[in-house]
Design a binder for this molecule. Structure first.
Ligand code: KG4
Ligand code: ZN
Length: 351
């Protein structure tokens, strides 16, 4: 089955053509990072408008790369939850129009579950032998652990109670004046820093909790960068120094120490999750932060030590893309799931 995947939940407009759920024939991603950089984060209205402008060119590019026309598409899969409502609506409306005009089935896909599926794309993993599995999604909007009976049967075990891990990376990047999104830059600078320079906290929450918290870590990084604040007029904090007072090696040390704490938090919770679910054969990992070099190395080591296969997506399938939507959408279609033109964009997902 040849499925067209449509993704527009945040700041990437993406289409992909995927055969039989696993073979990525083409994947076109138009990123909006340049548009949001000056604001230090994604501006929803700008994102929605940019999706409208980039939709048709990105669709054309995915079809051209695949060397196929719309008449060769068997079904449309679209990420319809969770995400920014205006952004989601653009992709969902386009997917409905394509499905209706081509007379092919439509399926709405959960973006977060699709991130977990990304580890199966373009691999020769025996899909049936992978389950039961654990899943970890770390992105700019989500950080959660899952138990997976199959790609489509996914149960949430726990998640962040405050910031997402990618958001923490981006806020640390912003504190250090590294631009947006800060995650990839923090990752790069951390490689030259001393990860023991600062002893940042790793939040464990309750004894058995599978939830995450990154806000305390973020505050500790802020104090390390700008010093402890005094109370100024109207109780506004006044910091003794600016991030620009730090030299290159001090910035790298903050990045490395932050990254060590963030990665340790994930590994800690995974240890608890496997303790509760020792039958897990595979760890699926997804979301933009799964591109992080330290996290990838730590998770691979974690899996090797426990004889758990770690399904890390290829780098280009870590960030938002249409191929993961088409892949999981195909599995849903095979299981008989169909949506019609009443399909809604739902900003806050069940996952
Ligand atoms: O999955 P994604 O493209 O969009 C969301 O669904 O949020 O993830 C984007 C997030 C951003 O927070 C970005 O900084 C982070 O993934 N990210 C990274 C790296 N590459 C992307 N974080 C840490 N290290 C990286 N190498
Ligand atoms: Zn995402």
């Amino acid at each position: 089955m040849r499925v067209l995947g449509v993704e527009s939940s945040c700041d990437e407009t993406a289409f992909a053509v995927v055969d039989d759920a696993r073979t990525v024939v083409s994947s076109a991603v138009a990123s909006q990072h340049d548009l949001h950089a000056e604001f230090g984060g994604v501006v929803p209205e700008i994102a929605s408008r940019a999706h409208v402008e980039r939709l048709i060119p990105t669709l054309r590019s995915a079809l051209a790369q695949a060397g196929c026309g719309l008449s060769e598409i068997d079904a449309i899969a679209v990420g319809h939850t969770p995400g920014l409502i205006g952004a989601l609506l653009v992709g969902v409306s386009a997917a409905k129009a394509l499905s209706w005009s081509l007379g092919v089935p439509l399926v709405g896909v959960d973006h977060v579950k699709a991130h977990l599926y990304a580890g199966l794309l373009e691999t020769d993993l025996d899909e049936t032998a992978c389950f039961p599995a654990l899943g970890f999604v770390g992105s700019g909007g989500h950080t959660a652990l899952y138990r997976m009976a199959s790609p489509t049967q996914v149960e949430r075990l726990g998640g962040t109670i405050d910031d997402a891990i990618g958001e923490a990376y981006d806020k640390v990047g912003a504190m250090l004046g590294l631009g947006h999104p800060g995650g990839p830059v923090v990752d790069r600078l951390a490689q030259t820093g001393n990860e023991r320079a600062h002893d940042f906290p790793v939040s464990t929450l309750g004894k058995e909790s599978l939830d995450f918290s990154f806000s305390g870590l973020k505050t500790s990084v802020l104090y390390a960068v700008r010093g402890h604040p005094a109370k100024g007029p109207n109780n506004k904090p006044v910091f003794p120094r600016e991030a620009s007072d730090l030299d290159e090696s001090a910035v790298a040390d903050v990045c490395a120490s932050f990254q060590r704490a963030a990665v340790r938090a994930v590994v800690k919770k995974l240890g608890r999750a496997i303790g509760a679910h020792p039958d897990a054969r595979t760890l699926f990992v997804g979301g933009g932060v799964s591109a992080n070099s330290a996290l990838r190395a730590a998770l691979q080591q974690w899996g090797d030590e426990r004889d758990v296969r770690v399904a890390l997506p290829a780098m280009h399938f870590c960030v938002d893309n249409g191929a993961m939507i088409a892949g999981l959408g195909t599995r849903m279609l095979e299981a008989g799931t169909r949506d019609d033109l009443s399909l809604c964009a739902i900003p806050s997902g069940a996952s």
